[in-house]
Design a protein. Structure first.
Length: 712
């Protein structure tokens, strides 16, 4: 099947920097969640189904949660978390975590894809599919990483630290990569919520018909049903009220680099409005996805390409004064039908035009769409085209132009369209409406509460890969947008305009861990001294503080433990953490609850309902990898230890709030054997000799003591 690229008049399309083929989706919000679009300084209340892209920011306030999905990757934020999408395109998912808790679920990685989380202390790069949890404390001076499944690499100013499944490490000391291995904590409410959300990706029925790179496909099963049609093939029918029509209940938002973008009100309203086509069949509406891509060895895999809205805008002098495009009066649109081409209003290459169509519908005859539209006053007018849905009752929607430019709700602002006017309708790829700032904000009023603290917004993070430069301020390009008739600006136009002022990330190169002395393997990153193996925990200290440079033993008798040495586990009786800190360190290594596991390069899928096996722990002598050393201390008693997040009797914490250690099942306790000493550990002191063994005088014996050589 060959798609012939669209041309403007008789002139071939120039080469442009294409927009990314995917956008993220703000798929769920709970509590007070705020959002700052790239290019503006205002914060607004977040809206479900809002497409997110590079430079957009999200903040979750106290007792709040948010989920962002982007096909093969899902990220979820706990309370009081500040997140920026510093880079999102076909090959990169780069996230900036200024503070708070973040959970990253990587379903699979495409060839050459980079998934990176940047914090004030380090940049973490995901190496394989898995589940990763991050916590940056409110001061931004430490980052905790837990790898439940998968593996990755932490990069900073110091030696690189490789992390494997079953490891939990706190990095502090600025960007020095000072690493403090911790015991794996139990599963708390935040992780339980994440696991529940992850189950939606485990072999849903929709995956039989839709590529799992279609953002939002996981919500289709719960909100509609699939059927087979002899003309259209697979059709998904949503459960909606009588008289419902697509692209009617929602609003338009102006999102660069695509321009006007549809944001639907339905909880499931993302995939069917940015991929595929709508058809009227059997007295109702059905959604037809694009062809299911087949992964073939030696053939380039083309993922479904995201589109801002798969509609054709309506207008022109022959349509009448009630609805027009490019002039005064209202503006209208009609959903594209099965096999009908999409004409982007933004600047793209021929290859992009091909991919955005063939991945979203079944193109059978494309020769007639070439040379078929012209540009008049910066508005693309499509000629000699009839759309199947333009004659379907209720399919055409129109609103006053100020409703679109201001991002107002469409259903409340819609005006009547006379079906007789559709006979002479003219179509365009662009509405020809100049956006106001309100359209960028999605029609929301700016808020001053429930926003990140200023310190978090000005915090510099570490990046392994340099993200794109900051976006151009919206106010700086309003005049050019007016000259363009509302169409997004070209890259050459944006170069002369001022950008948003944000702290630039510090880009660092990975540094290998230093090799230890000859014949000795290197220990964990910064565990004591570079290249020195980490010492194992010794027996009880007999009431004395732990020896510097080694983990402390069991709780000391009446004396506090010595403050932890960087690179060593936290002592057993460390004071309780502050509220909003990760769970307290436990002596529990939990198993995953029964969940399915998607297939990946490492093996077949785990059937749903069976526990996901824990990978084996890395060998403690493996060079250059941090090793988790279990503290030799008793398990906390949930009946006697206080809840660190609440005082007195309080209701159970919401997901995202670090839990009190009261409900995590513990395995049977046992006394761990004393571990063998590491290479390079000083031998135990020899037994002291009795005084005056050789019948020497006390003075002579004391003189001999002074001349004895110290043991090494």
């Amino acid at each position: 099947m060959l798609f012939v690229a669209v041309v403007l008049g008789a002139v071939a399309m120039p080469v442009f920097a294409d927009p990314p083929g995917r956008a993220a989706r703000l798929s769920l919000t709970e509590g007070s969640v705020s959002f700052q679009p790239g290019g503006v300084d205002d914060w607004v209340t977040a809206t479900q189904n809002r497409p997110l892209t590079t430079s957009d920011r999200v903040w979750t306030d106290k007792q709040s949660l948010a989920e962002i999905t982007m096909g093969n990757v899902a990220v979820r934020m706990g309370n009081e978390a500040s997140l920026t999408l510093s880079n999102l395109d076909d090959q990169n998912v780069q996230l900036e975590l200024d503070q708070g808790q973040l959970y990253v679920h990587v379903q699979r990685l495409h060839d050459g894809e980079n998934v990176e989380v940047d914090t004030p202390n380090l940049a973490f790069t995901v190496s394989e599919p898995g589940d990763y949890r991050f916590y940056v404390n409110p001061d931004g001076d430490s980052t905790e990483i837990t790898v439940r499944r998968g593996s990755g690499e932490a990069t900073g100013q110091g030696p690189t630290a490789d992390m494997a499944a079953g490891q939990r490490i706190v990095f502090s000391g600025g960007q020095s990569m000072t690493a403090e291995p911790q015991q794996m904590a139990g599963i708390d409410d935040f992780e339980r919520w994440n696991m529940e959300r992850d189950r939606r990706f485990e072999q849903p029925q929709s995956a039989k018909y839709v590529s799992d790179d279609v953002v939002g496909y996981e919500d289709l099963d719960a909100n509609g049903a699939w059927s087979e049609d002899p003309q259209y093939g697979a059709i998904w029918r949503p459960r909606v009220a009588v008289g419902w029509a697509p692209y009617h209940s929602g609003h338009w938002a102006y999102i660069e680099p695509w321009g006007y973008t549809w944001v639907d009100d339905a909880p499931w309203g993302f995939a069917p409005f940015h991929y595929g086509r709508w058809v009227s069949v059997g007295g109702g509406w059905g959604w037809c996805p694009g062809p299911r891509p087949v992964v073939t060895v030696g053939v380039a895999y083309v993922r479904p390409v995201y589109a801002p809205a798969l509609v054709a805008f309506i207008g022109g002098g022959g349509f009448g004064v009630s609805v027009s495009v490019g002039g005064g009066g209202p503006v209208g649109w009609v959903p594209l039908g099965y096999g009908e081409p999409y004409y982007p209003a933004y600047h793209v290459s021929e290859n992009y035009v091909r991919n955005v169509n063939v991945t979203n519908t079944h193109i059978t005859n494309v020769t007639n769409i070439t040379n078929n539209y012209t540009v008049i006053n910066n508005t693309t007018v499509i000629n000699n085209t009839h759309y199947a849905n333009q004659s379907v009752p209720g399919a055409v929607t129109a609103v006053p132009r100020e409703a679109m430019s201001g991002g107002r709700p469409v259903a409340a602002a819609a005006v009547r369209v006379d079906p007789k006017q559709m006979a002479n309708a003219k179509f365009s790829s662009s509405p020809g409406v100049v956006p106001e700032k309100a359209a960028v904000l999605g029609g929301k009023t700016a808020v001053t509460t429930h926003t990140p603290p200023p310190a978090a917004l000005q915090r510099q993070v570490v990046s392994k890969n340099a993200p794109p430069p900051p976006p151009v301020k919206f106010e700086a390009k309003q005049q050019m947008l007016k000259q363009n008739g509302g169409r997004p600006l070209e890259a050459s136009q944006l170069k002369t305009l001022p950008t948003v002022q944000r702290p630039a990330p510090k880009v660092v190169a990975a540094k290998p861990a230093p090799a230890g002395p000859a014949g000795k393997p290197a220990g964990p990153a910064n565990a004591g001294k570079p290249g020195t193996p980490g010492a194992a925990a010794g027996p009880a200290n007999g009431g004395k503080p732990g020896t510097p440079g080694t983990p402390t033993g069991p709780a000391n008798t009446g004396k506090p433990n010595t403050p932890p040495t960087p690179g060593k586990p936290i002592p057993a009786n460390t004071p309780p953490p502050r509220p909003n800190t990760p769970p307290a360190k436990e002596t529990v290594t939990p198993t995953h609850p029964p969940t399915g596991n998607a297939p990946n390069a490492n093996g077949p899928a785990t059937p749903a309902g069976k526990p996901v096996p824990h990978p084996p722990q890395p060998n403690e002598n493996t060079p250059a990898k941090p090793v988790v050393t279990a503290p030799n201390r008793p398990t906390p008693n949930s009946a006697t230890e206080p809840n660190n997040n609440n005082k007195g009797t309080m209701p159970p914490p919401r997901p995202g709030t670090p839990p009190a250690q009261t409900s995590v099942p513990h395995p049977p306790e046992h006394q761990a054997p004393t571990p063998a000493a590491h290479p390079g550990t000083p031998p135990p002191p020899k037994e002291a000799k009795p005084a005056n063994k050789d019948n020497k005088t006390p003075a002579k014996d004391e003189k001999d003591k002074k001349t004895d050589k110290p043991q090494r």
